[in-house]
Design a protein around this ligand. Structure first.
Ligand code: PLP
Length: 450
């Protein structure tokens, strides 16, 4: 399909994209034709290193051969099924996931999208506690369904919705690089959270039900809460009879170097976790996981959550296979190695470029915050956009993120299967981009190695 045809279809038949969102202007970007492993290829045959893992659903690599094989096999026997009757792929997935979950989590139910799993998790917390209010983090993102998950996605503007879900409010993001209360960790003793809970108590509209957080705030600019933050959240939740929900959409199943992102903080046990993204190895399936006790209490109060396609055998079989791949291929170990390579490369680049303000994240969920200078920390939004444009042109794709209006964090999410040579290629493209943006110099022609 040529560029003219693309433009015509977009103009005539597609909803326009919202300019300020991360999807804004997508009609000007390459049109994708195929993908394999860490590469996506456009309709002109140009390859790109996919350092956004699709929309994070390809963290096992695109078209993983084991996922393709299991999908093909299941399609021939049982593709779709009613959720009023059980089938073997569904049962196998409950068992497989239950055995992998850190105790006391063991129960699961399946849905389709990440937003679904957050809706299901929030409803579960409300039904299990009899409460209503849910606290999120003000740079958090939990989905795009029009009511509950967008209301809890404080990194977007809530005033864009016609209605906001009752009983949803936010607390300060523990963004140590730009501390919201002007202190320094660890002497701050996590004052942001203490202040936040004091405000939350004043703002609750009913009995509180839960606290939801990402172990690493991804869309908010890869913010890693300081050590002790979630331990304190756990304690504050316990004092108020609230449940702790981790949204593991982006941090789960190996990406941070551990099976789940919350496991980086010793001793913190969530009541509920939600998983999605690469859980299906590229097809959409999500899960709400909890303890027997929470599940039973909620069900006793009328809880259920499902969708017509929530338990399709095709999706369940892909889910089971993706969990096996995560374990068999040691995805957490691979992610940890990639973190070392990428952080090492950026630390080296930071010696040359003042623009690099902060390097953070875990595993294959990494963020590089660009600033005009390190003293003022003025966000380098325009420069970040130039780095993005340069990299796209040279065959490296990623997304630009940041806290609310900031768009100055290069978010790198390569598939966990990315080999060293491709990490090196990506780092070399970014190096050239920084050199170009800072010094106006093009260094040399770089290409993507497949
Ligand atoms: C942390 C987090 N939770 C939930 C979601 C929503 O997932 P989905 O787009 O599959 O509904 C996203 C989407 O990016 C996310 O990043």
């Amino acid at each position: 399909m040529n560029q003219k045809e693309v433009r015509n279809i977009v103009k005539r038949w597609m909803f326009p994209t919202e300019g300020g969102s991360y999807m804004g202007g997508l009609e000007k970007r390459p049109v994708l034709a195929k993908s394999s492993g860490t590469l996506v290829t456009d309709t002109n045959g140009k390859d790109y290193l996919d350092f956004q893992s699709g929309q994070m659903g390809a963290a096992l690599g695109h078209q993983h051969p084991r996922i393709i094989a299991v999908i093909q096999k299941t399609m021939k026997s049982l593709m779709h099924s009613t959720n009023t009757m059980l089938h073997v792929p569904r049962l196998r997935l409950h068992e497989k996931l239950g055995k992998l979950l850190p105790k006391p989590l063991e129960k699961s139910l399946f849905l389709v999208s990440g937003s679904d799993s957050i809706e299901g998790a929030v409803d579960l917390a409300r039904k299990a506690t009899g409460g209503l209010d849910i606290i999120g983090i003000h740079a958090g993102l939990h989905g795009s369904t029009s009511y509950v998950t967008r209301s809890l996605s404080f990194n977007w503007s809530r005033n864009k919705h016609s209605a906001v879900a009752p009983g949803t409010s936010s607390v300060l993001t523990p963004y140590c690089y730009r501390c919201p209360v002007g202190l320094k960790f660890p002497s701050c003793q996590i004052q942001c959270l203490k202040t936040s809970f004091e405000m939350a108590d004043a703002n609750f509209t009913a009995k509180p039900a839960g606290f939801i957080g990402e172990p690493i705030l991804s869309a908010g600019g890869i913010i890693v809460p300081p050590k002790g933050f979630y331990k304190m959240v756990r304690e504050e939740c316990d004092k108020r009879g609230m449940l702790l929900i981790f949204d593991e959409a982006q941090t789960g199943l190996g990406k941070t170097g551990k099976l789940f992102g919350f496991q980086h903080e010793d001793g913190v046990k969530p009541d509920i976790i939600a998983i999605s993204k690469h859980f299906g190895g590229g097809v959409p399936i999500s899960a709400v996981c909890s303890t027997s006790d929470v599940a039973q209490k909620a069900v006793d109060n009328g809880y259920f959550a499902t969708r017509s396609h929530a338990t399709d055998p095709l999706l369940c079989a892909a889910g089971e296979e993706s969990l096996s791949i995560v374990v068999d291929e040691d995805m957490p170990g691979k992610a940890a190695k990639i973190e070392k390579m990428i952080k090492g490369a950026f630390r080296k680049m930071a010696k040359e470029f003042e623009l690099i303000g902060d390097i953070r994240g875990r595993g294959v969920l990494l963020g590089i915050e660009l600033v005009k200078d390190r003293k003022s920390k003025e966000p380098a939004n325009a420069e970040t956009q130039k780095v993005f444009d340069y990299c796209m042109d040279k065959g490296l794709i990623f997304q630009v993120r940041g806290v609310r209006d900031l768009k100055n964090v290069i978010r790198l999410v390569p598939p966990m299967t990315t080999p060293k040579e491709q990490i090196d290629s990506a780092m070399s493209i970014i190096y050239d981009a920084l050199r170009f943006v800072v010094k106006g110099k093009q260094r040399r022609k770089v290409g993507v190695r497949g």
